[in-house]
Design a protein around this ligand. Structure first.
Ligand code: PL3
Ligand code: FE2
Ligand code: FE2
Length: 250
């Protein structure tokens, strides 16, 4: 996976000191901190499940732990606390799916969930956050973005080298995990707007990246696109949150 396309849309920089910005940031920051913390856990579980790559996977897990701490620092710098309760609730269905795959020995499922879906989500989100990030968060986000590309690369090459035997399991987990991922995005869409991001652009980038990952591992373009469109069409509405105004993307 190479990440080349810069984000070039015109951006209205939000007031990072306003109560509305800080309130929205606490929920977005919660999603990022929980997402990074779960990525750490998932790579540790993968290290046990794939002992031959154990040291490499533990190294990736440690990177995720560092990302979580650095993003906590971004929130701290703005004087907010991440809303971890809401974020955990939003990530629970995805995490449960990962644990189910881990317990049943479905390595393809684990790698699609963490290595492709979550990492594409992170890359798309951080690419779109970068142009509106405050001066403290910008260099951190840029560094993290490079790390996430490495995580994607690991999963892509593992899945690519076993594609013919794993294709059915991969397609099956995509149908389950894409809708729950879109639901997380929907739930924080109003908050993304409040911090200057466009959630629709993010969703478009996420699907574009995910399509290119599926093609890299071995899917033909049409099958990949049908898989994504049918999964996205079955996305449930995200749970309404106590503070966020709406759960619609547009
Ligand atoms: C994988 O390494 C971690 C996955 C984390 C998922 C992040 C989702 C982010 C949603 C909106 C983020 C905007 C960025 C804000 C940064 C504080
Ligand atoms: Fe990360
Ligand atoms: Fe990652």
């Amino acid at each position: 996976m190479t990440i080349t396309m810069p984000i070039t849309t015109s951006i209205a920089i939000a007031d990072i000191t306003s109560p509305a910005y800080l309130d929205a940031y606490s929920r977005i920051n919660g999603v990022v901190v929980i997402g990074e913390g779960l990525a750490d856990r998932h790579f540790r579980l993968l290290a046990k499940a794939i002992p031959a790559d154990g040291p490499e996977l533990l190294r990736l897990a440690a990177m995720e732990g560092r990302h979580a701490r650095e993003f906590i620092g971004c929130g701290h710098h703005l004087g907010i606390k991440p809303d971890l309760v809401l974020a955990k609730q939003l990530f629970d269905p995805l995490h449960d799916l990962f644990l189910e795959c881990d317990r049943s020995g479905d390595l393809a499922g684990c790698l699609v969930i963490q290595g492709l879906v979550v990492e594409c989500f992170a890359v798309a989100a951080y690419r779109h956050y970068l142009p509106v990030a405050d001066a403290y968060a910008r260099p951190i986000t840029a560094r993290v973005l490079k790390d996430e590309a490495e995580h994607l690369n690991y999963a892509e090459s593992w899945l690519k080298s076993r594609f013919p035997e794993l294709e059915p399991a991969m397609s099956s987990i995509c149908r389950k995990v894409l809708p729950v991922t879109t639901a997380i995005l929907q739930a924080v869409a109003p908050d993304m707007r409040a911090i200057g991001m466009d959630p629709l652009d993010l969703v478009a980038s996420f699907f574009e990246l995910f399509q290119s990952c599926l093609e890299t591992v071995g899917y033909d373009a049409k099958t990949a696109s049908r898989l994504i469109v049918s999964a996205a069409a079955s996305a449930p509405m995200a749970r309404a949150t106590s503070k966020s105004a709406t759960t619609k993307l547009c």
